[in-house]
Design a protein. Structure first.
Length: 329
């Protein structure tokens, strides 16, 4: 047989189509091939008959044109600013000075939640850990004081990417947004605030205080003065901006307890001895039938108490040693 002259090429695919497919893949790395072929049809480059769809799929395979779901088109970061308090809150941690605690030096971390529109610091404080518990406690305090924001914008740190935060935000109707990796769009505002903290509050060789309580007391005074100073980007102080602009935060009803809204939930089986198991611990649920499944609510950092069922009844861990002692008696 006479060998084909176009072996090793894509002679069966017109150059107009192959060139356009390469352009589309470069521009849209996450598009499936079916969408790219749809674009060819829309642009009248392909009549769905010649070349055959199977030919285009083979061409895409050999030309390495299949999508990469982990890539996205690079969009230059653009500044943005919301108009009202509560449209977007952003949060981050900053490494702080070392303090003395029980005779030992300990590192501190500053957590801050800032409102985008007003640059008002919704809640902030120094802590001795950079944890999900700290972040959730700060968000809880912020919502208790101001209500629920529309959006909560964070980086991809471990505590912000936690399932706990995702669950709570979904439960509260807050749109959780994470900074795209490598594209810190809009993060400059909280970073500028942290720069002010470093330059004005932590400007000396020695920390403003040597205990956590003293550090936070001094920092609260500094934040109060920050709120009253003219902000170069706003032309007014954050406090003036906050008081003169409408809040779109959704307040919680006074009768609603906020702490239960921040609990995690897991579906658990009731065992024959009327217990459920959660994170290698056993809890007694006296009024539920064995074999049932029920919702168990908990705080991941404190499993000394959980709650179960729609009424969120409390349950404590079973003391196996005490139960064994009772049986012997």
């Amino acid at each position: 047989d006479t060998p084909r002259k176009d072996t090793g090429t894509h002679g069966s695919v017109p150059k107009t189509i192959s060139d356009r497919l390469f352009e589309l893949r470069s521009k849209h790395p996450r598009w499936p091939l079916s969408r790219m072929l749809g674009e060819l049809i829309r642009e009248n480059l392909w009549n769905m008959k010649s070349p055959a769809r199977s030919t285009l799929y083979r061409f895409s395979q050999t030309a390495n044109l299949h999508r990469d779901p982990h890539l996205s088109v690079h969009i230059p970061a653009r500044p943005f600013e919301y108009e009202f308090f509560g449209q977007l809150w952003m949060a981050d941690f900053l490494h702080g000075p070392k303090i003395r605690e029980k005779g030992n030096k300990r590192k501190t971390y500053l957590h801050a939640i800032m409102d985008d529109a007003t640059r008002y610091i919704v809640h902030t404080g120094f802590f001795t850990s950079e944890s999900t518990e700290i972040m959730m406690t700060e968000l809880m305090a912020s919502i208790r004081t101001h209500g629920k924001p529309i959006r909560f914008y964070t980086d991809n740190g471990a505590c912000y990417a936690s399932k706990h935060l995702k669950f709570v935000c979904a439960n509260l109707g807050i749109h959780l947004i994470h900074t795209p990796p490598g594209k810190p769009r809009g993060r400059g505002k909280v970073e500028r605030f942290f720069r002010s903290v470093r330059d004005q509050f932590l400007d000396g060789e020695n920390p403003p205080a040597h205990t956590l309580e003293g550090l936070n007391k001094a920092f609260r005074e500094w934040v109060s003065s920050y709120h009253k100073r003219i902000h170069s980007s706003l032309g007014v102080s954050p406090l003036q901006k906050r008081l003169s602009h409408q809040s779109v935060c959704n307040p919680l009803p006074e009768a609603v307890e906020i702490e239960p809204l921040f609990r995690m939930k897991r579906r658990c089986k009731v065992y024959l001895n009327n217990t459920v198991r959660l994170k290698r611990r056993i809890y007694e649920v006296k009024d539920d039938l064995p074999g049932q499944r029920l919702d168990v609510w908990f705080m991941p950092w404190n499993l000394d108490m959980v709650w179960y069922g729609p009424e969120m009844k409390p349950a404590k861990p079973v003391d196996l040693n005490q139960n064994a002692h009772r049986r012997r008696r």
